[in-house]
Every structure is written in structure tokens, then in C-alpha cells.
Design a protein around this ligand. Structure first.
Ligand code: AMP
Length: 282
């Protein structure tokens, strides 16, 4: 695997490969890789000839400095995992490389309600920072396909809108959330859970599964099911629920009669670690 730290080096290398008509697949990450990330690289390998992964802990998408400072880094292990899965290029830029002095984000795309609700409400500025770095990375790598996870449900909707609004040629491919045996969604942040918090964290996916089962009951009422989910989770001492919502799966608008596809989304803090998860309900 080629490890490149400079934008120009990535651009030059990929230009040569594109001339040979090879399809480029791209998986952007913040490192501390786990099997969920690796499943994205595997999808890329199945669908593209050249697989590029980036590791960059993007400071502009963290609204909480403490969260940024404590974000796990396991670079040696990450490189080993990427080599094992057959990744071709790792782009590993510094903050200075991505944000040179005086850098301004010129075309701020307006995502409307999609970026204001849920994570947008609880992590102000998060999606502007995320969209800024994804756009920058897409303009460098110019992938044929971009692979992202359903784990970050709102993020993938926003990136899909970003690609449409900027009229980029990249196709977005979404992969299902990989989970631990007990159901906990894999996340880089899970390593920060102490044993007690790790035990409690399983209640997030249990509640989502409970909601999915309840919504299929012929007499179910969406509002009541949502309330049940929120109350169930908040009922555990040690779980601080930020939101538990059932929304229109395409727009994230509150559910109305037109909503055909529903998604339950949750954010909760356990032992000081903020976790998110979601489940499509139909
Ligand atoms: P991150 O490093 O957390 O920014 O995630 C990089 C990519 O991996 C994003 O597209 C995530 O949605 C995806 N991802 C994170 N966790 C999982 C998971 N458990 N299963 C599948 N994809 C995931």
C-alpha cells in the first residue's frame, strides 16, 4: 500500500491510474479503524480497481474540543489492517496540508433542515465541517465511487445532497452498519467505554430493535413507539439520551402520513462517550 501525505502526490498518482481507465473507490475515515471501516474497503475492492482510504481527524467537524482531543488514534494498527484488506493507497494528510493558513471554505452548501436537525442541533457546525472536508477530499481523489456507512445516517444523506448540489460525478454507495456480537454498532469511540459503560451501551441497539418490532404491530402508533424508545433508554441509570426520534428516512422530517420509509435515530452519552446509532424500520 502506498502511503501519501501530500495532496499533489495523490492527485498525480491517481491521474496516471485514471488514464488507464481504472475505476477509483474511496473510503474517507478518521482512523482508529475497526471491522466496519474494513467492510467499506471490501465493498470498494469488489466494485473498483483502485482503492483509496484517507485517515484524517478533521478538526472543523468537532464542536467539542475535548471530544477532538480524546479521539482515538491507532495509526500502526490501521496501516496493518489496510494492508491486510488490500487497500492500494492511504492518504494521510496533516491538518496544515488540508487547511493551509488563510484557507476559507468558499462554497458553503446550504443543506437546509437536513443539517439543522438531530446531530445538527446537538453538534452545531458539525455538518459544515464534515461537508467541507468531504468536498475537499472528493476534489482531490475524484473517485468513481464513494463508500460510506449507514451508521452515520444523517451524514450520508447530507453527502448525497452535497454530491448532487455540486454536480460531482461520484456515485455514493452506502454499506450496512457492522455490529458487535451483542448488537452494539461498531465505532472508533467504543474503545473509550469503560467496562460498565460498554455493558450499558448494548441497550441502544436493543431499544432500536424493540422499536422496530413494535412499529410492525398492527395497532402501533408512531408517536407512542418513539416515546417508549426514548423512555426505555433514559430509564437506564448511566445513559443520558440526547435524542430518540422516529423520522422520515429520506428527509429526516418528523413523520407524517406521506412518510413511507421510517428510521429511528438515537444519540446518547454513556460514561462520557457520545454514541449514535439508527435503524431503518421498514
Ligand atoms: P469515521 O471514521 O467514524 O468517520 O467513519 C468513516 C466511515 O466508516 C463512515 O462512512 C462511517 O459511516 C463508516 N462506519 C463507521 N462505523 C461503521 C460501522 N459500524 N459499520 C459500517 N460502517 C461504519
Amino acid at each position: 500500500m502506498l502511503i501519501l501525505k501530500k495532496i499533489e502526490a495523490v492527485e498525480n498518482h491517481l491521474k496516471q491510474l485514471k488514464k488507464r481507465n481504472l475505476k477509483i473507490g474511496f473510503v474517507p475515515t478518521m482512523g482508529a479503524l475497526h471491522a466496519g471501516h474494513i467492510s467499506l474497503i471490501e465493498s470498494s475492492r469488489q466494485q473498483c480497481e483502485v482503492n483509496v482510504c484517507s485517515i484524517f481527524v478533521n478538526p472543523t467537524q468537532f464542536n467539542d474540543k475535548n471530544d477532538f482531543d480524546n479521539y482515538p488514534t491507532t495509526l500502526d494498527k490501521d496501516i496493518e489492517m489496510l494492508n491486510d484488506v488490500g487497500c492500494d493507497v492511504l492518504f494521510l494528510p496533516s491538518v496544515k496540508e488540508m487547511y493551509p493558513e488563510g484557507f476559507v471554505n468558499k462554497n458553503k452548501v446550504d443543506f437546509g433542515f437536513l443539517a439543522k436537525t438531530l446531530e445538527g442541533e446537538h453538534r452545531p457546525g458539525h455538518f459544515d465541517g464534515m461537508a467541507q472536508i468531504v468536498e475537499k477530499l472528493l476534489r482531490i481523489v475524484k473517485p468513481d465511487k464513494l463508500f460510506m456507512g449507514q451508521k452515520d445516517y444523517q451524514q450520508q444523506l447530507i453527502v448525497s445532497k452535497l454530491i448532487k448540489k455540486l454536480k460531482l460525478k461520484t456515485v455514493l454507495v452506502i454499506s450496512p452498519t457492522l455490529r458487535e456480537k451483542d448488537g452494539l454498532a461498531m465505532s472508533s469511540r467504543n474503545v473509550r467505554l469503560n467496562p460498565e459503560a460498554r455493558k450499558l451501551a448494548v441497550e441502544i441497539s436493543r431499544t432500536l430493535k424493540g422499536v422496530k418490532a413494535a412499529i410492525h404491530h398492527p395497532k402501533s402508533n408512531i408517536q407512542q413507539v418513539q416515546e417508549w424508545g426514548g423512555k426505555r433508554l433514559s430509564g437506564f441509570k448511566g445513559i443520558e439520551t440526547e435524542y430518540f426520534e422516529i423520522r422520515n428516512a429520506d428527509t429526516l422530517e418528523p413523520v407524517d402520513l406521506k412518510s413511507k420509509k421510517l428510521v429511528a435515530l438515537v444519540a446518547a452519552k454513556i460514561g462520557g462517550v457520545r454514541l449514535i446509532d439508527n435503524m431503518v424500520l421498514n
